[in-house]
Design a protein around this ligand. Structure first.
Ligand code: UDP
Length: 240
């Protein structure tokens, strides 16, 4: 079908923390189902959607490094495996609402998911399948935000849509400063210089170098994913 949206192909970044919702469990099925339903509706209208999922709801390498002799590289491997658990869960949610979905991992877990193969990922997208990228970049010392920027560049996504628990980028920390102002638009440079904590600098730099805009928006409000995917004005736009 003809795609009525602003974008043709998007990369949606979902943090692990967002999957936790308000619940005590690592994953709140209500959150994964609402993501699934909104993504399903939009892909049916012709938008190509790839997803990079984080793992912070289970494990963050930096937090655990040092514990019981765990070095950072090993801790990050556990973190990357956490993202695979989220990817499998999200895939199940997507398929329960009828959207064919493939998981591709940055390192091999052959019995569970496909290995990441760029051309194959693109082919899946062209066929209307959602592709979920697990295991981050496959390398320790990186983040899933950087994986999102990297995969977006590789598959030719026109935008990175970063789903978070806040409405967007603020001029100061809204948790500390009640007068913090939500910015509608901010440049890559400002994010880096002002140290606005939205995305790590590696991820921002990759997006800047490849001219991929980033939209930061709040996932926890119903309908927001559909808005972000369809290209409506929402949250904060980061670009040139
Ligand atoms: N990680 C990694 N390399 C990557 C991506 C992730 O080593 O390319 C590890 C790292 O330990 C990180 C964890 O996986 O803490 C979970 O990813 P992230 O913290 O980015 O998840 P999110 O904050 O989005 O939930």
């Amino acid at each position: 079908p003809a795609n009525p949206f602003r974008w043709r192909r998007v990369l949606l970044k979902v943090s692990g923390e967002a999957l936790r919702g308000d619940g005590l469990q690592n994953i709140d099925p209500q959150v994964t189902m609402s993501i699934a339903r909104e993504v399903a509706a939009i892909t049916r209208l012709g938008l190509e959607v790839a997803i990079v999922v984080g793992g912070g709801n289970f494990f963050r390498g930096a937090h655990w490094a040092g514990a019981s002799g765990l070095d950072r590289a090993a801790a990050d491997q556990i973190g990357m495996m956490a993202t695979v658990m989220n990817a499998i869960f999200l895939q199940a949610s997507m398929e329960s609402v009828g959207v064919p979905t493939r998981v591709q991992t940055a390192f091999r877990i052959a019995e569970v998911a496909e290995p990441y193969i760029r051309r194959r990922a693109i082919r899946h997208l062209e066929k209307g399948r959602v592709v979920i990228f697990g295991a981050g970049t496959g390398n320790p010392f990186f983040t899933t935000d950087t994986a999102a920027a990297l995969r977006a560049a590789e598959i030719g996504a026109e935008v990175v849509l970063k789903a978070t628990n806040v409405d967007g980028v603020y001029d100061s920390d809204p948790k500390k400063n009640k007068k913090a102002v939500l910015l509608e638009h901010v440049s890559y440079r400002e994010v880096a210089i002002k140290g606005l904590s939205v995305m790590d600098i590696t991820a921002i730099t990759l997006c800047q170098e490849n001219r991929i805009p980033v939209v930061v928006f709040n996932l926890s409000k119903a309908g927001n994913i559909s808005k972000a995917l369809s290209g409506a004005r929402i949250g904060t736009l980061i670009d040139g």
